[in-house]
Design a protein around this ligand. Structure first.
Ligand SMILES: Cc1cc2nc3c(=O)[nH]c(=O)nc-3n(C[C@H](O)[C@H](O)[C@H](O)COP(=O)(O)OP(=O)(O)OC[C@H]3O[C@@H](n4cnc5c(N)ncnc54)[C@H](O)[C@@H]3O)c2cc1C
Length: 574
């Protein structure tokens, strides 16, 4: 069979949101990256093949930023009706056309070679080309969800629920077991102008009464059918095909119930889509230098090496899933945000192996909070960024923990990742300049916090066409302007949908983002000249490369997507 060899710095296995963010972050920090992904579309459980909404931390202004926010904002701009093919194209475009990434799709990683206790190369079978793809790399990140590199490399991992005694976790069972949260196949429905008949397949289950679906809300509205879930008491890796058979019997049976038994206000609704690829919640979890536990979560995880955070409750599904008639999950409270330490993101015993996503080093209890996809995404960005530091400093992932953790945190914040309880260093040029504005106090723009926290807005609000200005006592060379706009971190929608009513209300770019603005510098004669202008921005983080020597530079917001004021959190020059 044909075989193709690749040699890169960093190889990511699995293109869910975690792997995708890891690959993009590493490539943007100048690594040569290969992303091996076994599906035709990217995004894992968020892709059109599974269709889960990327969720994240609860609470005011806790929304995740960085690469995942960039992706979601691009999706608002391009995909107001939440079409899954357009969403797939956003994820594809971000990855396929990112300089530095070789994207290897439809390729399942199945074996590897070791060199001592390091992975030397991995090999995958590419179905579409009947080709073996072999990737040699210096650092690997397993973002496959199921942790394929764990059994292949003999990296330590765990599976199932810990006993409550092991880590003193009161939400875990008294005796450890192999149970996990289950797998799901989702349903999507579409409203039409007239009555739609539904004939179920012969093999679908029959649920003739509402009592056959106890504690499973099945109105057609904005809640999805995540509770079509089984497999938690099976082997969530090796039994997947048999679990799929069961899930689709339930999924078609549930739709049959909605259409044909009782009044669910569904006469004009048609089945639009059913997932045939089960979405997975839990399988192998790697063991890193730290295992995050329920108690770490409850104590807010204020570790020195925090590089990401979570803030979803400990949403611990009953392993019996659909076959349990009580409430399918318990939302055990968790503080939001709570910190995720870097030591949970690299292997304890394989020197060049990192991981991001639902397979990080956490107990079952902590996983029930960290597993949501915006959390997985910022963890992925931290892993890709850490890999770039490790290779630049010629060290291992553990070496980054020992010697470069501050640098990692600072780069992440510079790339607009929020690290709770940390402040972003301000570039010297901005820090030492005089900062003035045509109105209100611009000083919060250089306080190193790029979002509102509690009662502090940490930003500047002014009228459109007003200005904010840095002045220097002698001409300075400026290479970059960095801006952070307000993308409404408290917006409620999930960016994607589970059902499509006739009068669908389009999602739009958050109204607070500055759409049109210009940057001006002052000439020697005191005149202001535009050196950059933009009239269609839809991003929160905007970095502009310029090359100019000037005594003063100013930012002028000219239009927002629909807000009357300009609101921004950072204006840096360097
Ligand atoms: C039904 C359901 C509902 C959920 N609800 C939510 C929700 O509302 N919001 C939310 O944010 N999260 C939700 N979650 C959790 C969330 O979807 C997962 O925890 C998250 O997707 C994990 O991200 P990941 O990148 O680690 O894995 P995945 O999203 O599973 O991505 C991993 C990717 O790796 C690929 N891969 C696997 N093996 C290989 C291999 N050998 N070679 C190459 N590629 C490989 C897979 O195809 C997959 O695409 C839900 C999960 C399920 C199943």
């Amino acid at each position: 069979m044909k075989e193709i060899f690749h040699e890169v710095d960093f190889c990511v296995v699995g293109g869910g949101l975690a792997g995708l963010c890891a690959a993009i972050a590493a490539a943007r920090h100048e690594l040569k990256v290969a992303l091996i992904h076994d599906r035709p579309v990217l995004g894992g459980n968020a892709s059109s093949e599974v269709r889960m909404w990327p969720a994240g931390a609860w609470g005011e202004n806790n929304r995740e930023t960085g690469i995942i926010e960039e992706i979601l904002l691009e999706n608002y701009y391009l995909n107001s009706l939440s079409n899954y093919s357009i969403w797939d194209s956003v994820l594809y475009g971000k990855t396929r056309y990112q300089d530095g990434i070789t994207l290897i799709c439809n390729c399942s990683c199945v074996s590897l070679e070791m060199r001592g206790n390091q992975i030397a190369s991995v090999k995958g079978w590419q179905l579409t080309t009947q080709t073996w793809q072999t990737v040699k790399a210096k650092i690997f990140a397993d973002c496959s969800g199921d942790s394929i590199l764990a059994p292949l490399s003999e990296a330590e991992f765990r599976i199932g629920r810990e006993s409550s005694k092991e880590f003193d976790e009161d939400i875990e069972p008294a005796v450890a077991d192999k149970n996990t949260m289950g797998l799901s196949c989702l349903i999507q429905a579409r409203e039409t102008p007239s009555y739609q008949k539904f004939i179920p397949p012969k093999w679908a289950y029959k649920y003739a009464k509402d009592e056959d679906l106890p504690n499973r809300p099945h109105r057609i509205d904005e809640t999805n059918y995540w509770w079509i879930e089984v497999g938690g008491v099976n082997d969530s890796i090796h039994d997947t095909e048999q679990i799929r058979d069961e899930l689709v019997k339930i999924a078609f049976g549930v739709w049959d119930h909605i259409k044909n038994y009782g009044d669910h206000n569904a006469d004009n609704w048609a089945l639009d889509w059913v997932g045939f690829l089960p979405g997975k919640r839990e399988s192998r979890r790697y063991v890193g230098d730290h295992i995050l536990t329920q108690n770490d979560v409850r104590a807010e995880g204020r570790f020195d090496d925090i590089v990401a955070y979570a803030g979803w409750p400990m949403d611990d599904h009953n392993p019996l899933g659909f076959n349990y008639s009580g409430e399918p999950t318990i939302f055990h409270p968790a503080p939001s945000p709570h910190g995720v330490p870097y030591r949970c993101l690299y292997s304890r015993n394989i020197e060049n192996l990192m991981f991001a996503g639902r397979n990080i080093s956490v107990t079952h209890a902590a996983l029930s909070s960290t597993r949501v996809m915006r959390t997985c995404s910022i963890i992925g960005q931290a892993v890709g960024t850490a890999a770039s530091i490790a290779l630049r400093k010629q060290t291992t992932p553990r070496g980054v923990y020992n010697n470069h953790i501050k640098e990692l945190q600072q780069i992440l914040m510079e790339d607009d990742c929020y690290i709770p309880w940390h402040t972003r260093p301000i570039p010297e040029l901005s820090r030492k300049a005089e900062l003035t504005a045509s109105e209100s106090d611009p000083e919060p723009l250089r306080n190193g916090i790029d979002r509102p926290i509690g009662d502090n807005d940490n930003g500047w609000i002014g009228k459109l066409d007003s200005w904010i200005q840095y002045s220097f006592n002698e001409p300075k060379n400026i290479k970059q302007v960095r801006l952070i706009f307000d993308s409404d971190l408290n917006r409620k929608n999930m960016a994607l949908r589970c059902c499509y009513p006739l009068n669908i209300e389009p999602y739009r770019v958050p109204k607070t983002i500055i759409k049109k603005f210009k940057i001006e510098t002052q000439t020697e004669t005191g005149k202001w000249e535009a050196v950059f202008s933009e009239d269609n921005n839809y991003q929160r983080l905007v970095c502009i490369s310029i090359s100019i020597c000037t005594k003063a530079i100013r930012f002028i917001p000219q239009a927002a997507w629909s807000s009357e004021n300009a609101h921004l959190f950072a204006f840096d020059v360097r």
